[in-house]
Design a protein around this ligand. Structure first.
Ligand code: SAH
Length: 213
């Protein structure tokens, strides 16, 4: 895996593109400017890695569009050393961005091939991320509660268990809605029982599936 002047240059352009599209968090832009997205896409799609578009990965899934990764990361208000649970490791790109920003990342993927591929990639790139193969609908109780939870697949509604695994004052970001189109939601846990949810535009994600599906 090599990061050339060309790929570095393409990444700079991508960062400018995201700024123009309204991404303001400099830590997010810095992470996107530093993590080589081309390591996370299939080699046949290498040429498209720095376009602001989702791309197919194995198991009929997708690596999210850079704008979506940036927007979700921005909404999460990441600070160094926060513990964040990601549902849907996929290519591992979003997890690598969050780790670059200094968070401790725990990521769950239900497709075994994707889980294994991402785990190997994290190892090769010396990116320290805790990952597991499993159903994100169950969260990850051993490491709960989390400061942040990020869902990177479209759920019909926010899974209750994830809300339970969120710390008070923690933030959960999830695209919610029927397959085909979801609304980005940001939920802050105000107390044991109170949550405040705001919406942040429409996006399109692959569906969040239960393990039996
Ligand atoms: N964050 C990823 C995006 C991958 S697409 C990236 O940066 O590439 C969403 C992923 O969510 C898919 O890989 C899909 O297999 C996974 N997924 C869907 N339902 C899930 C569930 N219940 N638990 C864990 N992962 C799930």
């Amino acid at each position: 895996m090599t990061d050339t002047y060309r790929t570095k240059g393409l990444r700079k352009h991508l960062v400018e593109d995201l700024k123009n599209k309204g991404i303001k968090d400099t830590n997010v832009l810095d992470a996107i400017g530093n993590i080589p997205r081309h390591y996370f896409v299939p080699s046949s799609l290498f040429e498209h890695a720095y376009m602001d578009t989702p791309l197919p990965i194995a198991c009929n899934q997708t690596i999210s569009q850079p704008y979506t990764v940036a927007r979700q990361s921005e909404l999460l208000e990441i600070k160094k050393q926060l513990r964040i649970l990601e549902i849907g490791t996929g290519s591992g790109y979003q997890a690598a961005i969050l780790r670059y920003m200094g968070a401790f990342v725990y990521s769950i993927e239900r497709q075994r091939d994707l889980y294994e591929h991402a785990k190997e990639l994290f190892h090769t790139l010396s990116i320290s991320i805790a990952s597991k193969h499993g159903d994100g609908y169950n969260g990850w109780s051993e490491f709960a509660p989390f400061d942040r939870i990020l869902v990177t697949c479209g759920a019909i509604e926010i899974p209750q268990i994830l809300l339970i695994q969120l710390k008070i004052n923690g933030i959960l970001v999830a695209p919610v809605g029927e397959p085909g189109q979801q609304i980005m939601t940001k939920t802050i846990r105000l107390s044991d029982t109170d949550f405040e949810t705001t919406t942040h535009g429409s996006f399109r994600f692959v569906p969040m599936l239960k393990n039996a599906e």
